[in-house]
Ligand binder design. Structure first.
Ligand code: GLU
Length: 434
């Protein structure tokens, strides 16, 4: 199996064959502007010091400051971060926001750390990278295993590293109540808070950011349902029960669709009559597992991907559908809420089988779009209502989906290639000649 960056470059080669892009432009896109590796010392609770490896890949900033999440995972390595940063570049372009693409990570199993260790590690990541971060340079956000709380620690640390001192205040910056009346709050948000998105609401986060990726996926589904030839009410299978999988499952259920199977890293559960996602969330909170949920049958992640259903939503990790299992997929359509879940060889197989795939850079772009709204609100010192956020998100997603469909029809290619064409045309138009 190829690593995610090799997969990303295979996709780039493919689009360059379909559409005549400038050769030098494609050549430049084969490497990030920079990839940075840092070593983070953390004092553990037992008094020892442990060194963790961290990354930030700043892939491309032709459209605006680098933008993208930070992933905490024991197996993360540079090729994964590079691939994710490349896809962020294209995702921001597709979404129509003036941001470039980046991604970060730390090789760590966050479940093995105490809260204090997690905070020290997160602050250490910012200390190692403070020089290259900031609202107009590079704006990180949550990704797998990172949370609004972690973003608040990071924004606070970034302010400290940048020499921020509150004028005579007794509160630490992260404790400031953001009522948008105090000039000091405004300064903090504009100069430092805006450097991180996905913050808690009381620290300047946007309404709706938590559910934005799942909800955005639902808007994409509605825009493309007729194209995918799917019924009004679908039987859906979701892989992943993190922020994205969980929120997507909730949103689809609320609108009358049935989630017939769902999984986390430990395995999945199946019920042909549909699962109650609210109760399942409660069950997982109490037991730590999906298995054992009322009226459901345990299945493996592999079996889950091969279930017969209307829509399959991979919402976990890269490379879960490859040439090994693509032939066994029985879903009528696939929507990628994870980044890079389908390897290029599998894409070909699915295309030949006539199974439409809604690509990650469109399907999960709701998260970064609301991150962009958060950044804009912080810079303008505004606070938009959830209704306003969702209305803006809806119209941007519909527009992106429509344009991608048009591109893929014009070039008689897949939605993924349509999305790549749209993104690369926008990035090329803003690329300074070199
Ligand atoms: N981690 C998310 C993604 O992969 C969101 C990034 C952001 O909000 O900057 O799209």
């Amino acid at each position: 199996m190829k690593n995610p960056f090799e997969n990303a470059m295979t996709q780039l080669d493919k689009v360059a064959k379909i559409k005549n892009f400038d050769d030098e432009f494609i050549k430049k896109l084969r490497q990030p502007n920079r990839d940075i590796r840092i070593f983070i010392p953390v004092k553990m609770d037992n008094g020892s010091v442990k060194i963790f490896e961290g990354y930030r890949v700043e892939y491309n900033n032709a459209l605006g400051p680098y933008k993208g999440g930070i992933r905490y995972h024991p197996e993360i390595e540079i090729n994964e971060v590079k691939a994710l940063a490349f896809w962020m570049t294209l995702k921001c372009a597709v979404a129509g926001i003036s941001m470039g693409g980046g991604k970060g990570g730390i090789t760590v199993s966050p479940k093995d750390l105490s809260k204090g260790e997690l905070e020290r590690l997160s602050r250490g990541w910012v200390r190692g990278l403070a020089d290259v971060l900031g609202p107009y340079k590079d704006v990180p956000a949550p990704d797998v295993n990172t949370t609004p709380e972690i973003m608040a620690w990071m924004a606070d640390e970034f302010a400290k590293q940048s020499g921020y001192k509150e004028q005579g205040a007794t509160l630490a910056p992260y404790q400031i109540s953001l009522k948008h009346s105090n000039s000091e709050d405004k300064e903090w948000l504009k100069n430092f808070g805006a450097g991180f998105t996905g913050k808690p609401i009381e620290k300047g986060g946007s309404e709706g950011r938590g559910s934005a990726t799942g909800l955005g996926g639902f808007y994409v589904f509605n825009s493309l349902r007729t194209y995918m030839n799917l019924p009004e009410k679908c039987n859906i299978v979701v892989q992943g029960f993190g922020n994205v999988g969980n929120n997507a499952a909730k949103t689809f259920t609320e609108h009358g669709h049935k989630i017939i199977a769902i999984s986390d890293s430990k395995g999945g559960i199946y019920n042909a009559d549909g699962l109650d996602i609210e109760k399942l969330t409660e069950h997982k909170k109490n037991t730590g597992f999906l298995s054992g949920f009322m009226n459901s049958k345990n299945i493996t992640n592999r079996e889950l991907l091969e279930l017969s259903c209307d829509l399959l939503i991979p919402a976990a990790f890269e490379n879960v559908i490859t040439d090994k299992n693509a032939g066994n997929i029985r879903a009528r359509a696939i929507m990628e809420l994870a980044n890079g879940p389908i390897a290029p060889e599998a894409d070909e197989i699915l295309f030949k089988k006539g199974i439409p795939v809604v690509p990650d850079i469109l399907a999960n772009s709701g998260g970064v779009t609301v991150s962009y709204f958060e950044w804009e609100q912080n810079l303008k010192n505004e606070h938009w209502s959830e209704k306003e956020v969702f209305a803006k998100l809806h119209s941007m997603i519909e527009d992106a989906a429509k344009k991608i469909l048009q591109k893929s029809k014009e070039s008689k290619t897949s939605l993924r290639m349509g999305a790549f064409i749209l993104a690369l045309e926008r990035i090329q138009a803003k690329t300074i000649s070199f």
